[in-house]
Design a protein around this ligand. Structure first.
Ligand code: IPE
Ligand code: IPE
Ligand code: MG
Length: 253
C-alpha cells in the first residue's frame, strides 16, 4: 500500500504499527517499580491515539502484550492485565465519543473470562466507529496468527472439497487477525532494540521500519512527527527499481 498522499504534502502512512518498548527501563531510571513505567506508557497510548486521529491516520496497531510476555514474573503479568481492565473500563467511553473503533487482536481464549467479556463489550460498543481503527495486540504472536489463519484456510478448503494444494497466500491472508486492514506502512519500535519480537511477522513483509532509542513513556507527539518525517523521505519500491517509481509506476505491494 502506498502512503496516504495529499497533493503537495509528504506521504503519510495509512497504518502505523508500534512496538511500545522500554517501560521497565524508564521506571528503573526513575527508581520506580516497573509497573510505574507501564502506567506512564498507558498515558502515552492515549496521546498517540489522539495524535493519529488528528493527523488523519486511519489505522493504528499497538503491541501491548506478546505470547512470550507470559514468561514474565506472575505479578507483572497480573498488573499488566489489570491495566487492560482499567483501559477498557475507564477509557472506552472517551474512545467511543472520539470515533475510535477498538479491536483486540490476539489469542483471547487464554485471557481471564471477565477480561474477555469486557473486550466483547468494548468491541461491540465501538464497532460502528470509523475515524480511527485502533487495534490492541494482546496475547498476540505473529507465528500464532499465521498458524491460526492457516488452520482456518485449510478447513475452508476441505469444506469446499478442494485440494489442500490450493492453499495460497491470499487464502491465508484472508484469515489473519488484520485481514480487513491494509498492511502497516510504518512500524515504530521504541526502546532501542532492533527486532520484531514476534509482532506482525506476515503483515510487515513490506513495511518501513523506524527504530528509536526513546523509551515508550518518553515518546510524544514530537517523536511521532520525527518518525512521520522519516517515513515521508523513504522511497517504497516493492521490488521495482527506483527509476520505475520516479516514472510514476504505482508504488504498492
Ligand atoms: C514494553 O516495555 C511493555 C510490554 C512488553 C508489556 P517493557 O516492559 O518490555 O520494558 P523494558 O524493555 O523492560 O524496558
Ligand atoms: C515486545 O517487547 C512486546 C511488546 C511491546 C508488547 P518485549 O520487551 O517483550 O520484547 P523482547 O523480549 O525484548 O524482544
Ligand atoms: Mg521490553
Amino acid at each position: 500500500m502506498p502512503g496516504h498522499e495529499i497533493p503537495g504534502s509528504i506521504p503519510r502512512p495509512k497504518h502505523i504499527a508500534i512496538i511500545m518498548d522500554g517501560n521497565g527501563r524508564w521506571a528503573y531510571r526513575q527508581h520506580l517499580p516497573r509497573v510505574a513505567g507501564h502506567r506512564r506508557g498507558a498515558e502515552v497510548v492515549r496521546e498517540m491515539v489522539q495524535a493519529c486521529a488528528e493527523n488523519g491516520i486511519p489505522h493504528l496497531t499497538l503491541f501491548a502484550f506478546s505470547t512470550e510476555n507470559w514468561r514474565r514474573p506472575p505479578l507483572e503479568v497480573r498488573l499488566l492485565m489489570n491495566l487492560f481492565r482499567l483501559l477498557l473500563r475507564r477509557e472506552i467511553r472517551k474512545l467511543h465519543d472520539n470515533g475510535v473503533r477498538l479491536r483486540i487482536v490476539g489469542d483471547r481464549d487464554s485471557l481471564e473470562p471477565d477480561l474477555q467479556e469486557m473486550i466483547r463489550g468494548a468491541e461491540s460498543l465501538t464497532a460502528g466507529n470509523r475515524r480511527l481503527h485502533l487495534n490492541l495486540a494482546v496475547n498476540y504472536g505473529g507465528r500464532w496468527d499465521i498458524v491460526q489463519a492457516s488452520r482456518k484456510a485449510v478447513l475452508e478448503l476441505r469444506a469446499a472439497g478442494e485440494d489442500p494444494g490450493h492453499l495460497s497466500e491470499e487464502r491465508i491472508a484472508a484469515h489473519l487477525s488484520l485481514a480487513d486492514t491494509p498492511n502497516p506502512d510504518l512500524l515504530i519500535r521504541t526502546g532501542g532494540e532492533q527486532r520484531i519480537s514476534n509482532f506482525l511477522v506476515w503483515q510487515l513483509a513490506y513495511t518501513e521500519f523506524y527504530f528509536t532509542d526513546t523509551l515508550w513513556p518518553d515518546f510524544g507527539r514530537e517523536s511521532l512527527e520525527v518518525a512521520l518525517r522519516s517515513f515521508g523521505q523513504r522511497q517504497r519500491r516493492f521490488g521495482r527499481t527506483g527509476d520505475q517509481i520516479l516514472d510514476g509506476s504505482c508504488a504498492s505491494e
